[in-house]
Design a protein around this ligand. Sequence first.
Ligand code: SF4
Length: 385
Amino acid sequence: MVSIGGAQPIELLVVQPTPFCNLDCSYCYLPDRGNRQRMTEETLQLLCRRLADCPLLGDTLSVVWHAGEPLVLPPDYYERAFRLFAESLGERVEIRHCFQTNATLIDDAWIALIRRWRVSVGVSLDGPQWLHDRYRTTRSGAGSFAKTMAGVARLKGAQIPFHVIAVLTRDSLTQADAIFDFFHDESLWNIGFNIEEKEAANPHSSLEVPEARALLHAFLARFIRRNAAHGNPIMVREFAGMVGAVLGKVPDIAVGQQSTPLKILNVDVSGGMSAFSPELLGARAPDYGDFIFGRLATHAVDDLFEEPSFRRVCAEIERGVANCRASCGYFALCGGGAPGNKFFEHGRFDGTETHYCQLTKKAVADAVMDALEDEAAGLAGDNRR
Ligand code: SF4
């Protein structure tokens, strides 16, 4: 049963300042990326007031400005927004603002804002130019690589730390060497691999092929070997997380952030509140509606627990996690998956295996366990000599 009594603090707030994006990547899942609406100052104030009144705030809060390209709005928009957050919540909560950006618009004004507010930055960059430009294009079909690399150069020049998110498509999976060489030669040391997902406005993925899991396993194994041969200079988010899980060092692994009610709060450009997987923002389904469980104008954040639509999704997700626990040998490493992917693949939240989890959990776990076994065998060999 869903109740606020056992609820855990909100860890991640995803705010959609605008749905608009200056690019038009072919695998993008955002349905509304041509819409130039922006979140008004009144909505931002209301959001901060709702959060200040919310019993679910913990000591820290990550605020990700996302679900459109955040930097299409000017830096002074965020100057005001960040000040509002600091004035409303700063005494109670340590706030960390984060931009996930295509980096094409980064100039000196952005560098100053990012530095002043210590914003965490993630850059979307898929690898070498021929690969990146195949998918990450403007509306006229031009590649975005040169502009993204100009933004990367500005971040590096200003010594602002950032990480990279690279989307893997079918074309990437035979290119482990080219992708490793690119990131290594560009001194990009902090990488996360996302896969092209079938969700929302992207109804098909190039990875929906029977050989995808084997290809991804081989890609990851090759990347791990190349990285190890160089002394492991690149920190790969998936490997670090999975090594922690395999070695049992990650607390609470069985309770996924996306599956726990309101550990993630998603707020859309007009003040609609959603939860669970951020990709549900903007999605619609005949049987579920728009996944907006309440509105800032009419609901306190914790009012969502009383909403029938929210309770229904919670209960389905809970059943899905229980079904995973009962049926999947990878459960201890996964925690029951991403509800959004279950929904986009099965049309419901209480399913189990998805194409997404075969790749992002099972193939990653297999590649990491192979590497740990190889390392253990190597150490055993050294000890015998
Ligand atoms: S790997 Fe897939 S099937 Fe297994 S627990 Fe995770 S989501 Fe469920």
